[in-house]
Design a protein around this ligand. Structure first.
Ligand SMILES: [Zn+2]
Length: 448
């Protein structure tokens, strides 16, 4: 069990110096230079007339909305390892590092990620909690001085292991290392995440693939996830330095989502933030956006909202329009390793012969070193090389972070609708699909 004092954060008093290297670079040029949260909030309040901007504070997290545009929020999320400008895309690591990217690449412009995601399941396998306890957490082990978010470990088991089985006690599975029977309980998940020392820890919940047809199974999962959040809250030993987020479940059934939302809101005093879980698994797109909106409409305005597993650029833009703040997905790195780059017009498959003599960068105007250094022709020619896959993955992560900064700036400057119109027009030159138009309309805007 982790010692609550062990991960006491040396940078906690050092947020402002941190801002000078990270947050400032992504701040808009409209005069909103960061002095401190309070000053900035005052300045942007003036911009947004008399509307009150949500602000919330818990032991190890402060959420300060600095601007709203329709349902979208631009905010400063202060965590133990620095300030996160939201909306934010969080690159996903497996062993605490993002595949193919070094910590310094993640810290430098144009990626400059203030938070990354690490998988509890992999970290528990290796290096394991004993070594983490000895060293003092994953930040120290990996040399990552910014924020970390860890998942509960449950979803990894469901997606990777055929033999995972959920019971009231926890998730039973066979060790892929030696085949022994193992059990991940809410208590065990909290203990591992306390050892990791992540700034945001995710609750262990009962996960059902969204394409499952068994309604009774979704009901059981929604109810069990409520019982498990109580066990997670009771087991979490480091509330002074680590934030436990609850995960709203319920598949795409509005009644079950309402149930989940109601019961989590009853525990609101114990939860510094929320995730919307169980989506992005192949569900109908209309169900996807309606579920995100239903949750965002009910979740407290003064706390961050994280939509798990969302990484397609169109989905990111839609979810931000609906009021979500945080996202993660392996998609940009994974698709990059297979030779596909993310660009304003959608995707660019660099394996295609049409790029053989193309001397342009992957994306005009991208500030990443891959676009400043390499031609499409070079990347096409070497696309089967591991290094080239990593280069494209790097560009893709840079693309996502730049996209989120563009969205954020448009919210601060109250021109979100124009930003979204321009973005969707490039993605869908022949017209956006109905679900996108419906979602944007539900957010009070129009693509016409
Ligand atoms: Zn680039």
């Amino acid at each position: 069990m982790a010692n609550p004092a062990k991960h006491a954060n040396p940078t906690k008093r050092g947020w402002l110096p941190y801002l000078s290297t990270s947050a400032r670079a992504s701040m808009p040029s409209s005069g909103l230079i960061l002095l401190d949260s309070a000053t900035e909030a005052t300045m942007s309040t003036e911009q947004t007339s008399s509307e009150e901007l949500p602000h919330g504070k818990s032991e190890a997290l402060e959420y300060q909305c600095i601007a709203k545009d329709h349902l979208s929020r631009a905010s400063l999320l202060t965590l133990p390892h620095g300030v996160v400008d939201t909306p934010i895309f969080m690159p996903v690591g497996t062993q605490g590092t993002v595949k193919g990217l070094t910590a310094s690449e993640l810290e430098e412009e144009p990626i400059n990620a203030p938070i990354i995601l690490a998988n509890t399941y992999f970290i528990n396998l290796r290096p394991g909690t004993d070594l983490l306890d000895e060293i003092g957490g994953l930040h120290k082990l990996e040399g990552w001085s910014r924020n970390l978010l860890t998942d509960s470990g449950g979803f990894q088991m469901v997606s990777l292991l055929d033999l995972a089985e959920f019971t009231e006690e926890g998730v039973h599975f066979q060790s892929p290392v030696d085949g022994t029977e193992l059990l991940l309980t809410p208590e065990k998940s909290m203990a591992i995440q306390n050892s990791i020392g992540s700034d945001i820890m995710m609750a262990l919940d009962d996960v059902v693939p969204v394409t499952c047809k068994d309604h009774a199974r979704f009901e059981l999962a929604a109810e069990r996830s409520v019982r498990w959040i109580d066990r997670c809250i009771a087991a979490h030993t480091n509330t002074a330095n680590q934030n436990l987020f609850g995960i709203i479940q319920g598949g795409t059934d509005p009644v079950l989502r309402e149930y989940s939302l109601k019961h989590f809101m009853e525990r609101d005093a114990k939860l510094p933030g929320y995730a919307i879980g169980g989506l992005s698994g192949g569900e109908d797109k209309a169900d996807f956006w309606r579920t995100v909106k239903q949750c965002c409409d009910v979740l407290p305005p003064s706390k961050p909202r994280y939509v798990m597993g969302v990484g397609y650029p169109v989905d990111l833009v839609v979810c931000v329009c609906l009021g979500a703040d945080m996202f993660d997905c392996v998609y940009p790195t994974r698709t990059g390793r297979f030779g596909t780059a993310l660009v304003p017009t959608g995707t660019m498959n660099l394996r295609l012969a049409q790029f053989r003599e193309d001397s342009r960068p992957v994306m005009q105007g991208c500030r990443c070193f891959v676009c400043r250094t390499y031609t499409r022709a070079y990347l096409h020619d070497t696309v089967s090389e591991t290094l080239t896959g990593q280069l494209i993955a790097y560009h893709n992560v840079a693309y996502q972070l730049q996209l989120m900064r563009g969205l954020r700036q448009s919210i601060v400057e109250h021109r979100l609708e124009a930003f979204v119109r321009d973005f969707m027009a490039k993605q869908f030159p022949e017209g956006a699909p109905q679900w996108v138009r419906d979602a944007v309309e539900a957010a009070g805007m129009s693509l016409e």
